[in-house]
Design a protein around this ligand. Structure first.
Ligand code: SF4
Length: 393
């Protein structure tokens, strides 16, 4: 339900040689795919992935790439879900913004006097640049509105400069309170059940909202931005809206950090041999070879945020990488990077960099020690179970 209009790719501000290199990587006949808030937010979900950073930076259409690789993206909405989502969003905005203001005040325990009026300005204009200018004007008008007047901006257009190029972003709504505070509203189709929602989906929504708040901090739209996003979702199993205010300060800091790292595309591109391209018109096998040249950091979270997730998961499984087990397990295993190393360590074998379960300083590796202890306990338990099964009844 978050709509994004075409905008110039963020490589527009890159140096000419880098722009040319990125165009080669994309395949010069293909127009660059502009970044959107979802893509920017997803980068922070897996900040270490150079593959994603490069493909997004080059403006490669990852959905088409995943299809060409034979692992289509798990994203997309059915017509039914789209229609239902549209009906839900219309309901959120149905009463001229008053319901949205009511939900925000309730979710943030806002103790200010009852609204005297709710303005919903018309933001229609030509193209993303015109719409961004119209949004800036509407924000200025909201700041100048009298006491007790709230303003709801439905599908405003914001501009964020990423690597020196403008990216146009369209949040679901912005609410401006009488004191000038701007709160980003995200309307989502996943439900809030008994006051709780899927943490992964909430996390993705908050990261996306964090991108919008960064756009609101740009000099073109100065103003106070709330530290929370108002998440509006269907309540339980109904199509009735309910809302929660979710703190986004941590995500905003992470997104800001990540965006500054995005400028290092030149370093990633420089590691690739000449001639490598991700032109989606190439045969799948050639593309797979090209994609494999860029290091990836697969994690199960990719399944919810990146179009290449099925391809990267298959590659990670084939290589026996422990990342397929999730970041928490990966963290526990220290420098054991593959399942073969883990099994070898558990059963007393030596593995790369670990000798006989000791690290390079001769200290016992805690991950190896824990694995050996777990393997020993499992063997004991199995032996006991076997003895019991074979004993007198
Ligand atoms: S799916 Fe692949 S390319 Fe996308 S973020 Fe995960 S590892 Fe990186």
């Amino acid at each position: 339900m978050t709509h994004v209009n075409p905008a110039p790719p963020r490589t527009a501000g890159a140096s000419a040689p880098l722009r040319q290199r990125l165009a080669e990587l994309r395949g010069a006949v293909h127009p660059p795919r502009p970044l959107d808030a979802r893509a920017l937010a997803a980068l922070t979900a897996n900040p270490g992935c150079r593959r994603r950073a490069l493909l997004d930076g080059a403006g490669v259409d990852k959905t088409a790439l995943a299809r060409a690789l034979g692992s289509p993206a798990p994203f997309g909405q059915s017509q039914f879900a789209f229609t239902r989502g549209h009906a839900f969003e219309s309901r959120v905005h149905a009463d001229g913004g008053a319901e949205l203001v009511r939900m925000l005040r309730a979710a943030t325990a806002d103790g200010s006097p009852e609204p005297l009026a709710v303005e919903v300005p018309d933001l229609t204009a030509d193209g993303p640049v015109g719409r961004a200018a119209r949004t800036t004007l509407a924000l200025e008008e909201a700041d100048a509105a009298g006491p007790g007047v709230w303003t709801v901006l439905v599908h405003p257009m914001l501009e964020l400069r990423v690597a020196d190029a403008p990216v146009h972003l369209e949040p679901d709504a912005l609410v401006v309170s009488p004191d000038g505070t701007r709160t980003v509203v995200e309307v989502k189709s996943f439900p809030i059940l008994d006051g709780a929602a899927d943490p992964a989906k909430v996390g993705a929504a908050v990261r996306q909202a964090a991108v919008y708040t960064l756009a609101l901090e740009e000099p073109a739209a100065p103003g106070r931005v709330a530290d929370v996003v108002l998440l509006v979702c269907p309540k339980d199993f109904s199509n009735l809206p309910t809302a929660a205010a979710v703190d986004l300060r941590r995500q905003r800091a992470a997104v800001r950090r990540q965006l500054t790292r995005l400028t290092r595309l030149a370093d990633i591109a420089a590691t690739l041999p000449p001639g490598v391209t991700f032109d989606v018109d190439l045969p799948g096998a050639e593309l797979a070879e090209a994609v494999a040249q860029v290091p990836a950091t697969y994690a199960p979270e990719c399944l919810a945020s990146c179009e290449l997730a099925f391809h990267c998961r298959a590659a990670a499984r084939e290589a026996g990488e422990v990342t397929v087990l999730g970041r928490a397990v990966r963290g526990e295993l220290g420098s054991l990077g593959t399942l073969a190393e883990v099994l070898s360590a558990a059963h007393g074998g030596s593995c790369a960099g670990h000798g006989e379960g000791h690290d390079t300083d001769g200290e016992e590796d805690p991950a190896v020690a824990a694995l050996r202890r777990a393997a020993g306990l499992r063997a004991e338990a199995l032996a006991a179970a076997r003895a019991q099964a074979g004993g007198p009844r």
